[in-house]
Design a protein around this ligand. Structure first.
Ligand code: WQD
Length: 346
């Protein structure tokens, strides 16, 4: 009997790729999304890739009544992967209440409903931003690294949500939780049917880079080359979204098969490799043959200088490891950007 997983934010970038991998692994998927930052036709794209159309409900997780209606309609839901959240670091500084209300209330509503509807476990989409700037001796950063004061309301909502989960489970709630701390998700499905679709001017590096490469943006600004790194530009752990999606399947299996040894488990999900902005640009040029127009600009406020993950725990306990190269991830991002142009989308 196929198990059914609720994917909140499932028409979004990581949610849609994770839905594909869940279906490939034999799960039924119910997607809920309020479409505030994605489009319903992503469901068509998922069906095109896997041949299976996931159920889709346009619901806001902050609407408790509507959310409960989903659990009543799909009583077979046994697990949740919670992606739905506002995620723009810069916007969160301008609109903190929107971020606290949306990101905290959506999780609280899900946790409230899980015991009532016999939902065994939840996987929470967290972030390496909870580490802030790790001390040099703590790089690559492990799950035991100290949590630092968040640099933005967005990052703070991730930290608070992790605490909400811990407190709820430790209050005796009969549920399990796995917290996945992502590093920098990049790339798009190799089919070119689904991918990262930022609204307006992208804040993140990869969509801005591919939009520059295709001519939508005149020039990519590299935010600083005077950091304490080999080439002066910031270092991150860029993980292909396909590898990230598969980490969620591994985590969900651990929950539905009852293999989790602690009621709350935390895993870093990255490649374990640190790559600088300039290295990434040169890799993109090499693997696509496209010359990129970029210039060095002043540092961006709030940027972490260097962070990359120690992913031994996910490798050993989840049995998961990122297998794709940076070249594959960047080539997939470029393929997606070209497909969007072919379809006249941008
Ligand atoms: C990466 C690097 C920039 C744009 C992201 C997400 C955040 C969280 C953590 C999941 C930085 C540089 C960028 C540009 C540039 N993820 N850059 N020019 O800041 O690491 O945060 O990962 O929760 O939600 O935003 O990612 O892609 O914005 O920046 O030089 O036009 O690229 O300075 O060093 P970041 P990013």
């Amino acid at each position: 009997m196929k198990k059914t997983i609720l994917v909140t934010g499932g028409t979004g970038f990581i949610g849609s790729h994770t839905t594909v991998e869940l279906q490939n692994a034999g799960y039924n998927v119910v997607i809920i999304d309020n479409l505030s930052n994605s489009k319903a036709d992503v469901v068509d794209g998922i069906e095109k890739i896997t041949g299976i159309r996931p159920a889709f409900e346009q619901v806001d997780c902050c609407d408790l009544e509507a959310l409960e209606g989903v659990f009543n309609k799909y009583p077979e839901i046994t697990g949740i992967i919670h992606f739905a959240a506002s995620k723009a670091v810069g916007e969160s500084v301008q609109k903190p209440l929107k971020y606290y209300e949306n990101n905290l209330l959506s999780l609280i509503n899900l946790l409230k409903l899980m015991p009532k509807h016999d939902v065994k476990g939840i996987i929470f989409s967290s972030s390496c931003t909870v580490y802030g700037q790790p001390d040099p001796e703590n790089l690559p950063v492990t799950e035991q690294a100290p949590i630092k004061k968040a640099e933005s309301p967005y990052g703070n909502t991730k930290q608070i949500n992790e605490e909400i989960i811990q407190d709820f489970v430790h209050s005796g709630a009969n549920i399990s939780a796995i917290i996945l701390r992502y590093f920098n998700p990049i790339g798009s499905h190799p089919s070119g049917i689904i991918g990262e679709m930022p609204n307006g001017v992208p804040a993140n590096l990869i969509p801005y880079l591919t939009q520059t490469a295709i001519g939508i943006r005149p020039c990519l600004k590299v935010f600083g080359d005077d950091y304490d790194t080999p080439d002066g530009s910031c270092i991150r752990d860029y993980i292909y979204v396909l590898d990230l999606a598969k980490a969620h399947v591994a985590a969900m299996a651990r929950i539905v098969e009852g293999k989790n040894t602690d009621p709350v488990e935390i895993y870093n999900v990255g490649t374990g490799n640190g790559v600088s902005v300039l290295e990434l640009i040169h890799t993109f040029e090499k693997c696509t043959g496209v010359k990129l127009n970029y210039e060095i600009a002043p540092r961006r406020e709030g940027d972490i200088e260097k962070v990359w993950g120690n992913v031994d725990k996910a490798n050993k306990v989840l049995g998961w490891k990122a297998v794709h190269t940076l070249e594959e991830a960047l080539s997939s991002a470029w393929n997606w950007q070209q497909k969007l142009r072919e379809r006249g989308v941008m």
